[in-house]
Structure formats: structure tokens, C-alpha cells
Design a protein around this ligand. Structure first.
Ligand SMILES: Cc1ncc(COP(=O)(O)O)c(C=O)c1O
Length: 464
């Protein structure tokens, strides 16, 4: 059972549940959840890796909420910086020639932190907005370069880029696309890497070569001269925590160079220490032309996102005669920028990137230990993003019938025991805790998963 701390009175709790269910259409909420099939949970407070709900139950936040609360919950320092900035200048325009100190300082700080020559930033609020911006900037860039036929944006199956219209069009997960057609034109999808299921062929080609070549085939079929950019998550998050083979991104980079195509890294999850490096592509020494960030830049304390790009791209954008025909009211919200600056300071001061790499080793060992359950086909992680892939048959790697909802069963059993994880399609159970997680907390999370897997395996056996 989960621990209980200061609960609100039961009448108030019932009222809140009622208001929630009657009036709030939740993002990615289950629209016809039967009682008990989905957790009924309203959170009240957070501290470090722990969340507390309105009834006083505590949970290990094994997903850093939405892969984003990198510095952990309850940082008063961030609340104080926000209050101070709001008291001085809560908001002002960044349009035209206007701006403010937090925006200028944050753009400069990001230029120092980002790999290679990513040198300038366009700010937005959420990851999807930043994705739309990156696609528009890529097309705009080619217009200005005199190659307006370069319009296609190539992503991969299992990529998740957000749910605005263009980001949905780039996303490669069927459930987010099927009821919203027609989607935006000019979006193509290559296959996803799947190292767990890769079987080397007689030609001895590596997994990275096979998957990069398959991506190139999509580009060749469309005609490279029609392709503006490839956009890719360094580690596919919502699509299943897919960690690519080591030679995959270097090959994708070379392929983009050969065809003169821009490479956009979507580092919305993988940025700011999540994988044990500041940014995910650094694992493979690959430099993107544009880099999308969000989530961890403020650790979720306020919404902020953006697109970084190289000096060369900035110089081309500056050849446009007129004002940049793109922008949002909240492009560079001063309070969000001030919080981001302090959040980055905390990540540095507390060595959270190094810590993510160290705790990632611990997480990897604990996940590997869970392979003792026959239903765990694969256990994988890169720093503090990891997953268990559950299969019906380990030898053949055959997945369970989706209607059995095996990942969901593990997720609910873990939740009842005080651990929040996320069940992704394909019965993949994802973890991505705050970077401040301790070794005892990782141990506790692994023990809870151990019990949840045991219980799920037993249930499946009984029902078969
Ligand atoms: C890789 C990636 N890109 C983009 C997004 C979209 O971000 P947002 O939900 O802030 O629009 C997400 C959200 O999870 C993501 O994981």
C-alpha cells in the first residue's frame, strides 16, 4: 500500500472528483473508461521524486510526470524566481524589436549548452508548437535558398512530435492520426528502428545501416530535391522508448548531408540531462541543423519550448526582406525564461546530467533484474529513460493480443503499490523519473515493478 499524508476531507475530495469528471476533457484521457479501468487521481503536491494525491496517498513519480520534471517537484527556488519576475515584469512583447533580459540571457545560455554550432533560438510554449515552428522554418529556409520544391518533412513510424496539426502529421503513431484526416500534406514516414527485434541478414549489415537505409529509401522515392528536413527523436519516447543502434544517427546525418537535407532533432524528452548527456544526439556525436526542446528546459515549472538552429541557418533567415512571418504571443515569455535560466543553473549546480548517467546505470541493472519474469522480453535504458517490453513469448518475441492490455495491467498494479509508470502501445512500460531520484528510490520502484509483473503474470495465467 502507498503511504498516506495530509488528506483533504472526504466531501471535498468527492466534489473535486465530480467536477473533474463532469467538466474537464483531459488530454489523452480515456473517453469511455469503465469504473476501475483507469486511475482516478487528483494530485495535490510534490516533493523531489514523490507526488501526493488529494487523499494523501504518495507515489514515486516514475515518469517525472510527463518526462519533464527533471529537477524534481517542490523547488521553492523556482517558485520564488517566477514570483520575482512576475512582480517586476510578468509579460511583455517580444515582437518586432522588443524583448527583455530573461529572453536574451536564456537564448545566449542555450547557445553555450547546445551541441556544436546551434547558436540561436526561436521560443514557443509547448513541444508541438516548437515542432510546427521547426518544419515552417525548414521550409522557409529552402524558399530563401531558392529551392521552394523542398517541402517534405520526413519522420519515422513510432515518432511522437506532439498533437497540433503539423506535429500530428509528423507523428508516426496511428492512434493519434486515424480520426483527424486529412492531415497536413508534405509529411512522409520511414520505418522506426527496432533493435530488440532486429535479425541480422546474410549480408551482415548492422541494424543501424538497415534502418538508416530504409529511411533513405523513403527520401529517394519522394526525390531528395523535394525533402526539406528529416525530423527524429534521438530516443523515441512515447513510441516505445526505442534506443537506436549506435551507428544509426551518424548514418542518418551522413545521408542528410549527401542529399542536402536538414536534420532536425526533436529533443523534447531527451534534452537537459534525461539520457545522461545534456542532449540525446551527443551520445553519437551527431550535430543537428535544428534542435527542438521543451519539457526539461523549465522542468515543467512553466510552459516553455523552442527551436535552436545554426548560425548558417540564421544568416539565411536574415536575408528575408520583412518581418519574420511567424510567431506566438508567448514566444519568449519573460517569466518562463527566468524560470528556465534558474532551472538550468540547478541542473548544473547539482550535476544532474552526470547524476542521470550514474543513476541510469543503477536503473539499467534493476530493469535487467526484472528479466527474471518470463513476460519481460526486453529491458532497456539510456540514462534515466528506460522501459520494459512485455511479450507473450520471449523466444519468438511475440507480442500479447492488444485487447489483453498487459502493459496497462502492470501500470495499474504498480500505481496501486505507489509507483507511477506509463504503459505505451505494444505493452511497453516506460520509466523516466526526475533526475534527482536516489538509489533507494530506484530500488523501491524496481521492487514495486517486480510485484506488479508477478501479479500480472498470475492474472494472465489464471485467465488463459
Ligand atoms: C518527443 C516529443 N516531441 C514533442 C512533444 C509534444 O510536446 P507538447 O505536448 O508539449 O506539445 C512531446 C510530448 O511528449 C514529445 O515527447
Amino acid at each position: 500500500m502507498t503511504a498516506r499524508v495530509e488528506a483533504i476531507d472526504p466531501d471535498q475530495a468527492s466534489r473535486l472528483y465530480e467536477q473533474d469528471q463532469t467538466h474537464w476533457l483531459h488530454p489523452q484521457g480515456d473517453l469511455n473508461a469503465t469504473p476501475g479501468s483507469m486511475p482516478k487521481l487528483l494530485f495535490a503536491s510534490g516533493d523531489g521524486t514523490t507526488l501526493t494525491d488529494i487523499e494523501g496517498r504518495t507515489y514515486i513519480d516514475g515518469l517525472a510526470s510527463l518526462w519533464n520534471v527533471n529537477v524534481g517537484h517542490g523547488r521553492r527556488e523556482l517558485a520564488e524566481v517566477a514570483a520575482e519576475q512576475m512582480g517586476r515584469l510578468a509579460f511583455s512583447s517580444a515582437y518586432g524589436g522588443f524583448g527583455h533580459a530573461p529572453g536574451a540571457e536564456l537564448a545566449a545560455r542555450l547557445a553555450e549548452l547546445a551541441p556544436g554550432d546551434l547558436d540561436a533560438t526561436f521560443f514557443a510554449s509547448g513541444g508541438a508548437e516548437a515542432n510546427d515552428t521547426a518544419y515552417k522554418l525548414a521550409r522557409f529556409y529552402w524558399h530563401l535558398r531558392g529551392e521552394p520544391s523542398r517541402i517534405n518533412i520526413v519522420s519515422r513510424i513510432r515518432d511522437y512530435h506532439g498533437l497540433t496539426w503539423a506535429a500530428t502529421s509528423a507523428t508516426g503513431l496511428a492512434m493519434f492520426r486515424k480520426d483527424f484526416g486529412p492531415l497536413a500534406p508534405g509529411f512522409l514516414h520511414g520505418p522506426s528502428p527496432d533493435p530488440y527485434r532486429f535479425e541480422p541478414g546474410p549480408d551482415g549489415r548492422s541494424a543501424g545501416e538497415v534502418y538508416a537505409t530504409a529511411l533513405e529509401a523513403v527520401i529517394l522515392e519522394a526525390g531528395p530535391e523535394t525533402v526539406a528536413a528529416v525530423v527524429a527523436e534521438p530516443v523515441q519516447g512515447a513510441g516505445g522508448v526505442i534506443i537506436p543502434p549506435d551507428d544509426y544517427f551518424p548514418r542518418v546525418r551522413r545521408m542528410c548531408d549527401q542529399h542536402g537535407i536538414l536534420l532536425i532533432a526533436d529533443e523534447v524528452i531527451t534534452g537537459f540531462g534525461r539520457t545522461g548527456r545534456w542532449f540525446g544526439l551527443e551520445h553519437w556525436q551527431v550535430q543537428p541543423d535544428l534542435m527542438i526542446f521543451a519539457k526539461g528546459v523549465t522542468s515543467g515549472y512553466l510552459p516553455l519550448s523552442g527551436v535552436m538552429f545554426t548560425r548558417q541557418i540564421f544568416d539565411v533567415l536574415k536575408t528575408y526582406k520583412g518581418v519574420l512571418p511567424h510567431g506566438f504571443t508567448y514566444s519568449g515569455h519573460p517569466t518562463a525564461c527566468a524560470v528556465a535560466l534558474r532551472n538550468l543553473e540547478i541542473i548544473e549546480r547539482e550535476n544532474l546530467v552526470e547524476r542521470s548517467a550514474e543513476m541510469g546505470i543503477v536503473l539499467g541493472k534493476r530493469l535487467a533484474g526484472l528479466r527474471k519474469h518470463a513476460i519481460v522480453g526486453d529491458a532497456r535504458n539510456l540514462g534515466l529513460i528506460g522501459a520494459l517490453e512485455l511479450v507473450q513469448d520471449r523466444a519468438t518475441k511475440t507480442s500479447y493480443e492488444p485487447s489483453l492490455g498487459v502493459g496497462g495491467r502492470v501500470m495499474r498494479a504498480a500505481l496501486a503499490d505507489g509507483l507511477i509508470v506509463r504503459a505505451l502501445g505494444g505493452d511497453i512500460v516506460a520509466l523516466s523519473p526526475p533526475l534527482v531520484i536516489t538509489e533507494p528510490e530506484i530500488d523501491r520502484a524496481a521492487e514495486i515493478l517486480d510485484r506488479a509483473l508477478e501479479r500480472t503474470a498470475r492474472e494472465l495465467e489464471q485467465s488463459s
